[in-house]
Design a binder for this molecule. Structure first.
Ligand code: PLP
Length: 463
């Protein structure tokens, strides 16, 4: 490779990728005998690879990000105009797009009032954890510093975010971890038989009470925050059981525990409301979001808090803890809020929340029909346009299918021109979820193409 690239010389590009690029979350051994997929173009719901093959993207850019679809000229133009006006200034100063987007965002989040700009979901969660620790020092002499997180939830890739990670397959090789993070049980009703003492009725309340048990065991005076996904995403599309969130809110109120909701996946429309927590009537103290905020047109994440939390970071400068001594060079970089603002306008003007609800309902109907047809499907779950199928060898025992079979379904769908996702492929026993999260612009025929392809791939792999 001499570094001179002709964009049209695809074999050169593929060779350069194979020689020099280290892909995220990927085994590279297979690329000794095959080529990685290189995405060359995107428009609407579809992307094209290096061979000109068209794919219907049922996972919004692979990790549920491109909520308004590909090729949005208005976002590209807004970003370009801003770059020419002023491309950057540190987040210690304000910016016009930063102010306008913050006001607009807060308008969608009653009860919350402050936006802290960042780049990624991990970063936003990490900053929230830092805030909890600072509050513990400032208000409680350092004692109320523990952060509870839930089995199967994921909050990001840094060592501290992994310390709050409930997906062991991502954690095993990276310890030792940051102390002060404590796990609470998952709330996946379909697998309640694996949880000691889970009742037949009122599972949601019981699952929330398990959190209270952990609070009592650790000591309420030591627990500063509870961090939860509203609908667990990568941990297997876990929609919360009836009564769960109401009880969670009661527990947080009773013990003075800050409720931190991780909306990195669900935020900005993915589940049919602006935020996932808004389905369940809870009042978070802190909310983090990233992926759909600008649909991948710019890197932006936000940590949004109540005024009460904010005020804990505002005091006389003689106080050593008078402010949040934190910065991120690119957090809030001006193009982020510009893209986010236009992204939000598109969602509103095109009625994409309504579309998400309508298409999500259609997808769930189709997935339930697939479940009726294929014994291999144990459960179909979802909220808005975030849905999944859990594959089991046997509906009685609920034993998960082999990882290789899940990979074969994903590969067969890709061969048929539809990109779908699988959750937790690397965990034996918990690699058995297929995920679907198409852009919020999906039409009925897109949804039918996705589920029709899944149906055919399941027949091909499992008979
Ligand atoms: N939180 C959740 C719920 C996620 O699913 C993810 C990423 O998939 C993250 C946080 C981390 O976000 P990022 O990859 O932008 O750091």
């Amino acid at each position: 490779m001499d570094g001179t690239f002709n964009e049209n010389d695809i074999s050169h590009i593929v060779a350069a990728d194979k020689a020099h690029v280290w892909h995220h979350l990927s085994q590279h051994k297979p690329y000794e005998t095959s080529d990685p997929r290189i995405i060359v173009e995107g428009k609407g719901m579809r992307v094209w690879d290096q061979n000109g093959k068209e794919h219907l993207d049922a996972v919004s850019g692979g990790v549920w990000t491109v909520n308004v679809g590909y090729g949005r000229e208005s976002i590209a133009n807004a970003v370009r105009d801003q770059l020419l006006k002023v491309n950057y200034f540190a987040g210690s100063a304000g910016s016009i797009p930063g102010s306008v987007f913050a006001e607009k965002l807060i308008g969608k989040m009653p009860g919350l009032s402050r936006v802290y700009y960042l780049n990624t979901g991990s970063e936003a969660n990490e900053k929230a954890f830092k805030m909890v620790r600072q509050i513990a020092h400032k208000k409680f002499g350092g004692t109320k510093h523990k952060i509870l997180y839930r089995d199967r939830d994921y909050h990001g890739t840094t060592i501290t975010c992994l310390s709050a990670g409930g997906q062991d397959e991502r954690n095993l090789q990276y310890g030792p971890f940051t102390p002060g993070f404590v796990r609470v049980p998952h709330c996946l009703e379909y697998r309640k038989h694996e949880q000691d003492g889970a009742p037949v009725e009122n599972y949601g309340e019981w699952a929330a009470e398990q959190i209270e048990q952990v609070v009592l065991r650790e000591g309420p005076d030591t627990v500063g925050a509870l961090c939860l996904e509203p609908v667990t995403a990568g941990g297997g599309v876990i929609t919360p059981p009836e009564g769960y969130w109401q009880k969670v809110q009661e527990i947080c109120d009773r013990y003075g525990i800050l409720l931190h909701i991780d909306e990195v996946v669900c935020g900005i429309g993915r589940t049919g409301t602006w935020f996932g927590y808004q389905h369940y009537g809870v009042k978070p103290d802190m909310v983090t979001m990233a992926k759909g905020v600008a649909s991948g047109y710019a890197a932006i994440a936000c940590l949004v808090t109540t005024e009460e939390v904010f005020n804990l970071f505002k005091s006389d400068p003689t106080d050593k803890l008078d402010h949040f001594r934190d910065i991120s060079t690119f957090g809030g970089c001006i193009t982020g809020p510009v893209a986010a603002l236009e992204n939000m306008r598109i969602i509103e003007d095109e009625g994409l929340l309504d579309n998400c609800n309508a298409m999500g309902a259609r997808m769930m109907d189709n997935l339930n029909a697939i479940k009726d047809k294929h014994a291999i499907v144990g459960d179909a779950r979802g909220k808005g346009l975030f849905c999944g199928l859990e594959l089991v060898k046997d509906r009685e025992s609920k034993e998960p299918v082999e990882e290789a079979k899940v990979a074969a379904v994903v590969a067969e769908c890709a061969a048929q021109g539809v990109l779908i996702g699988a959750a937790n492929r690397s965990v034996p026993g918990y690699n058995n979820y297929l995920c679907f999260a198409p852009s919020l612009i999906a039409t009925a025929s897109d949804i039918d193409q996705i589920t029709g392809t899944v149906d055919s791939a399941l027949t091909k792999v499992f008979g």
